[in-house]
Design a protein around this ligand. Sequence first.
Ligand code: FES
Length: 77
Amino acid sequence: MMIDKLLHRKEDGRIRDRDLVCRCMGVRAGQVRACIRQGNTTLEALEAKLGVMSACGFCEYKIRRVLEEELAQTVNS
Ligand code: FES
């Protein structure tokens, strides 16, 4: 429960699109998902496109989580 709050997960376990996942760059989960759908399917590509993880780096676990969720959804659909 507490980790869900820290990760801003919805009840279904997914991080909400409106949640800020990188505070340094002001990037929300929905922006990360859109970028993944445009073919940026690695952490390195997301960093290059959005700047996430490029300052303090604290957001890496959130970006990784969004990427894993999005890739899993792609495989399962
Ligand atoms: S929170 Fe993303 S680089 Fe600092």
